[in-house]
Write a protein that binds this ligand. Structure first.
Ligand SMILES: [Zn+2]
Length: 111
């Protein structure tokens, strides 16, 4: 396994753990709202739970996107195009790949 693949798989494991935790958090909030039998629109507690649920759902969605990016990066490792800028075709610097293992562009073209 290449260093890049090792790094991507380690990051993927982290992201999947975070995704599972956020999904559990969403489910927990939904259960709490049901148990409290609160009204989202008219009850202050319901509004708080609705907000918390939205936050947890947003974090879960972000983790899901990150997982998709990492899986796409692993596909690029498999087909030999990992670490190459999709715009200019030059190698993406190692320091950038360490910081952002799923990067598809060099610093210059990331903007
Ligand atoms: Zn580039």
């Amino acid at each position: 396994m290449s260093d890049a693949e090792t790094r991507l798989r380690a990051r993927l494991a982290e992201v999947e753990a975070r995704l599972a935790a956020q999904r559990n958090a969403v489910a927990g909030i939904v259960d709490a709202a049901r148990d409290a039998n609160v009204d989202d629109e008219h009850d202050p507690e319901g509004a708080t739970l609705a907000w918390e649920r939205q936050q947890a759902a947003a974090l879960a969605a972000e983790a899901g996107r990150e997982r998709d990016e990492l899986l796409a990066a692993l596909d690029r490792v498999a087909d030999g195009t990992y670490g190459v800028c999709e715009v200019c075709g030059r190698p993406i610097p190692e320091a950038r790949l360490e910081a952002r293992p799923a990067a598809t562009r060099c610093v210059e073209h990331a903007r």
